[in-house]
Design a protein around this ligand. Sequence first.
Ligand code: F6P
Ligand code: MN
Length: 327
Amino acid sequence: MNRSTLSEQFYLDQAKHQGATGELSTVLNRISLAARMIASEIMRAGFVGTLGYTGTQNVQQEDVRALDVISNDIFGQVFEHMPMVSAMASEEMEDVYQFADDGAGKYVITHDPLDGSGNVDVAGQMGTIFGIYRRKTQSGRPTLDDFLQPGKNLVVGGYVLYGPCTMLVYTAGGPVNGFTLDRSIGTFFLTHPEMKIKEGEGTYSVNEANETKWDDKTRAMVAKFRRQQTACGKRSARYAGALVGDFHRTLIKGGIYMYPGETNRPEGKLRLLYENAPLALVCEQAGGAASDGRQRILDITPTKLHMRTPLYIGSKGDVAEAVRQLL
Ligand code: F6P
Ligand code: MN
């Protein structure tokens, strides 16, 4: 048996940093706990009547599902009274959520607790996306500014995929490591060490039903991928409708995922802090690229908590090709 567990691997990662206190390891272990709790909620949702909607809308004017609320609450629960984490921002909450301790913890967390929750009633893939930032302010309670940091400041970025198996993938600025949950004992083991995205092959992934909402350049660019007219040549289209699922496939098989801006919504749909930035860090650390069509996702400083940007993420070659067509 030579597989590291998530906590062992993270400890090894952190041991390389002088002055590491072990606090970040605790944060990651708590994310792993949240992931296991959410995976368990998803598995039993059909039995306990939590597949449906709550009848309310979130700050993004999206219909909220019971599992969205449950997953968001789980994040609240696992980080309550963790002294190193002072506050969190969630796709599901309008404002920054301050934990009920003294607020002095040096880390703040961003998350999309249940990405792709529209897949819940078709037993499709879903995910959690998370980012950990070191707060900028030194004392007192964290402020909004502590969250309005560009993705390049992320200390850790990662995601959890809930599919036929549950996987947790993260980077702390070094290699991207992927772990698979052994459900029988509730432990994540390292199964995908030092993940690298493939160049020159893979799928393209975009909701082509949105074509009428795009400008001419976007339409022409996507058509090139569809007609096999990019450098990579022949490829298939795939769209799971859950960003984490689509991104995970792209990371493993190569290719590109896109959520373009639209004529009436130039900023697109996906959120910079909860979705785009953490995945961009993972993608870049795996040798890929992520852009909003104009600039590197990791260079964008959010101007508000729920800011959206277009997203082109995947292999360097494919992202460069997409961006070139949009100029
Ligand atoms: O969180 C937003 C999200 O659900 C992503 O997971 C997914 O990729 C996207 O929206 C799907 O949007 P659409 O239904 O517009 O393709
Ligand atoms: Mn999402």
